[in-house]
Design a protein. Structure first.
Lengths: 395, 474
């Protein structure tokens, strides 16, 4: 297997303002992110040879992207893979570019969650035509199942667990406060987090990410073609993109433990191998991971080998994952501050890594980063779609 | 010899004190409390629970008829008995029938079972009866009515109580009725109902039956009979010439209430639980006439001990905190949800039909290659990847333990927080299930649970039934 390492370059990116975008529809959000990407790359929609669009709910088919940008009868593929949707759109586009089928491709992700009249993230669930007997388990409940078990597994009280988790939310809010594109740009205190109302025991309001609208986009080519574009010296290289799809082991097998998500472990193995990473904690500078809930980020640290099993609380309380820590996690504020417009999230994460590697992350800028990682986890403990991307600076 | 071969019962966990009802309406209170079906229970689910109790230790493939009796069947058109048979994991090539529209439906079903066994058209006929009757708020009946279910198995071998005789009278009297489209019961005034209706019909049927069998009141060891309330229960004993202290089964009206169609049969189960070989039991039921039976307990009676029955069910109870919750559970008020969730859409009938063994019979599969138990049914083994190499296993009568759980505080309007669990079955396998009849202060990892068929929700007029976990009952 040749792998994707160093075969694709990102030469432009854009990201809409995330938030309750009552005034903006899907097309408005796509115009916002894609035209920022065009400007950044110094190209126009007429230069794009093919498009990949990530969206989970809402308008179906690839037409949405063509409608928004008035693309000129070029191929557009719609991708859906739960929360890994945005990253999987990029993954497929990368393969087409690396294969030499296309030279310049647009990848965009978008989602509008706030057009729904319902509380929280309302995906397929009851709207799907099925037997309807699976208990109604919205995402906070699914991940709370892992939180309860995590505390039990490591012999912690729920209060002890929640203190560690609260530190993650405080960190991400701190980072989000430095980001003008975030939905939430306010710091929160440990007390606020710990005293928040319970949403799905043991998770409280601040353990849960926001519910937002947003869009992000990337323009990619092959490294040897970058000389024709604006970022010819500071383009960003794709080092790895992996995707691991679960087969539902957690719901079927009574020895699945709910404190580690196999899809994350497998996707990380694949990505580290593809990128040639031996010691992830040392080699990776910053990571944008899927903090849909505080417990998810906690478990991701361990599944991605950022810390030993059971030590997440210790590491996070020591500030290791802070913006100025040894391995910054969610430097842009994460899902916690951006919410989770599903099709957009993966590309929003890559947008931050892209800025960091180019030294354009402003008050959030890490010192001379070389490798950044993105991680999406869609589904529920026991059956996930997990995508991981690793990106590096132009050599 | 034709008679009862096994018995079982189900009484919901919840009780509402009559004081709570009386207080709400500024009325005098009857003593005690009534059993209240949970928000997710109905006469079908209670029948399944009673049937499973009754069939404990009995090969279910031997049951070849199932008769369900209720005035509150969940469907007007669509048979409940066929669903009950599936949920009880009975064979599908059996006769199923609903007996409805009369408080006497339970004993009418019993008569049908006895006659079928006598005629040789059934070997083992199961009768279930259950009711969740609703009367007008503030009525006397509101305090008296309780909810519960019962199951009796009839056959001609291993009989525990032989049928010595029976007699029926029918009557078109309009004393208690409920027209089409109405959920609350109406009734005529009490004096007429009891003097011209209840006492007269039951006395006529009992004396005719006793005469047929050549028996007098002294020959009765224990009498069980329908009564709308405690006062009439006592009056009836006097009118039948029975000694209230020694010859009449305790009426349970103070601790359970009058459970409609199932009531007389639940008292029969309570009587059988205490019966000795040779005891003669009089059963009398009322509704549009009266049914009576004389049963003689055999020395097989000891073989069916250990069922939960009426006594076991009464041991477990939780008090409903308030009348408002009761109103909500019976859909008498429409309350604001805690969070906006999408409305439940009608389930797919095609999917329900395709997955019926997983959903109704609660069958999982066990891999013949590696032994891994999996729920729901799979085609390819999750562990060893063998294809189509499974045997089916029934999970509904297994026990289990909570592996992990969460409590959803934004779950909607009923039973918030909704407790969602991963349950590991004893003997292998796991499932994601709601925990119902729960006290949130008692929920913890490793908590032992059992399984109970419940009505998940109703959408598009379809009641969607599935299994939930419940804390293991005493």
């Amino acid at each position: 297997m040749a792998g994707i390492k160093d075969r694709v370059a990102i030469i432009g990116m854009g990201c809409s303002k995330f938030g309750e975008r009552w005034e903006a529809g899907h097309e408005d959000l796509l115009v916002e992110s894609c035209f920022e990407a065009f400007d950044d790359a110094g190209v126009g929609p007429e230069d794009i040879q093919a498009g990949w669009l990530g969206i989970q709910n809402g308008p179906i088919s690839g037409q949405l992207l063509a409608h928004a940008l008035k693309l000129d009868y070029i191929p557009v593929t719609r991708v859906e893979n739960f929360c890994a949707t945005g990253t999987d759109a990029l993954r497929n586009a990368c393969y087409a570019v690396a294969a030499g089928v296309y030279d310049l491709v647009l990848v965009a992700g978008v989602e509008k969650l706030k057009d729904s009249p319902y509380t929280g993230l309302v995906g397929g669930g009851p709207a799907m035509i099925n037997s309807g007997v699976t208990p109604p388990v919205p995402p906070p409940v699914q991940f709370a199942l892992a939180a309860t078990r995590y505390a039990y597994h490591y012999g912690m009280s729920i209060d002890e667990l929640k203190k560690g988790l609260a530190r993650i939310s405080v960190k991400n809010h701190h980072n989000g406060a430095l980001n003008p594109k975030a939905h939430f740009q306010r710091e929160v205190t440990l007390e606020q987090v710990l005293n928040a109302p319970i949403i799905a025991f043991p998770l409280g309001l601040f353990d849960c990410c926001g519910v937002s609208d947003g869009s992000a986009a990337a323009i990619i080519t092959r490294p040897e073609l970058t000389k024709n574009f604006k970022h010819k010296d500071d383009y960003v290289l794709v080092k790895a993109i992996s995707l691991a799809i679960g087969h539902r082991e957690g719901e079927l097998e009574d020895d699945f433990n709910f404190v580690s998500f196999t899809e994350s472990v497998k996707a990380a193995e694949m990505a580290y191998k593809e990128a040639g990473i031996k010691e992830p904690f040392k080699e990776i500078d910053h990571a944008e991971v899927h903090d849909c809930f505080s417990i998810t980020e906690n478990i991701i640290y361990e599944d991605l080998s950022f810390c030993p099993r059971g030590k997440a609380k210790e590491y996070v309380e020591a500030g290791i994952f802070d913006l100025d820590g040894e391995l910054a996690v969610n430097p842009d504020g994460g899902l916690k501050c951006f919410g989770h417009p599903i099709g957009a999230s993966g590309l929003r994460m890559i947008y931050e890594v892209y800025l960091q590697l180019q030294g354009r992350a402003g008050p959030r800028q890490r010192k001379n980063p070389t490798l950044g990682l993105t991680h999406n986890l869609g589904g529920r403990p026991g059956s996930f779609s997990c995508a991981i991307g690793i990106f590096g600076r132009a050599s | 010899m034709v008679g009862i071969t096994s018995y079982g019962a189900y009484i919901p966990l919840w009780r509402l004190s009559r004081e709570a009802i009386a207080h709400e309406w500024g009325q005098p209170s009857a003593p005690g409390e009534k059993a209240v079906a949970s928000f997710d229970e109905d006469s079908l689910t209670m029948s399944v629970a009673a049937a499973i109790d009754c069939l404990d230790g009995i090969n279910r493939d031997g049951v070849d008829s199932l008769f369900f009796a209720s005035t509150t069947s969940p469907y007007v058109e669509k048979q409940a008995a066929a669903l009950i048979a599936a949920c009880t994991d009975l064979r599908s090539d059996i006769l199923t029938a609903d007996h409805s529209n009369s408080l006497r439906a339970g004993t009418i079903a019993m008569r049908a079972a006895i006659d079928a066994v006598k005629a040789g058209t059934a070997k083992q006929a199961l009768v279930t009866a259950a009711d969740v009757r609703i009367s007008r708020p503030r009525s006397v009946m509101e305090q008296n009515l309780g909810d519960g279910g019962v199951a009796l198995l009839f056959g001609d071998t291993d009989v525990i109580a032989e049928v010595e005789g029976y007699h029926t009278v029918s009557s078109g009297i309009i004393d208690v009725w409920r027209p089409e489209g109405e959920i609350k019961i109406s009734s005529w005034e009490d004096r007429f109902n009891f003097e011209e209706g209840y006492f007269k019909a039951v006395k006529d049927a009992v004396s005719a039956c006793m005469e047929k069998c050549g028996l007098g009141p002294k020959d009765i060891s224990k009498a069980v009979y329908y009564a709308p309330d405690s006062r009439r229960y006592q009056q009836m004993a006097r009118q039948l010439g029975l000694d209230l202290k020694t010859q009449v089964q305790a009426p349970l009206l103070d601790i359970m209430g009058c459970t409609g169609t199932s009531y007389a049969l639940m008292l029969l189960v309570a009587a059988l639980e205490e019966a000795k070989p040779g005891d003669r039991i009089l059963v009398a039921n009322y509704g549009d006439g009266a049914d009576t039976f004389i049963l003689r307990v055999t020395n097989q009676i000891e073989k069916v001990r250990g069922r939960r029955g009426v006594k076991g069910n009464l041991k477990a109870k939780r008090m409903l905190s308030d009348y408002a919750t009761y109103m909500q559970w019976r859909n008498l008020v429409d309350v604001e949800p805690t969070a906006n969730r999408p409305p439940m859409l009608s389930p797919s009938a095609a999917a329900l039909q395709r997955e019926r063994d997983s959903i109704l019979r609660f069958h999982g599969v066990k891999c013949k290659s590696c032994g891994t138990v999996q729920y729901p049914k799979q085609r390819v083994c999750t562990k060893c990847r063998s294809k189509d190499n499974f045997e089916e296993v029934r999970l509904s009568d297994k026990k289990g333990k909570i592996f992990t759980y969460s409590m959803d505080y934004i779950a909607g309007s009923t039973d918030v927080p909704l407790v969602v669990t991963i349950v590991n079955f004893d003997g292998g396998g796991r499932a994601l299930l709601e925990l119902t009849d729960r006290d949130i202060n008692e929920v913890k990892i490793d908590m032992p649970v059992e399984f109970s068929l419940r009505r998940l929700y109703t959408a598009g007029g379809i009641h969607n039934y599935f299994w939930k976990a419940i804390p293991l009952r005493a």
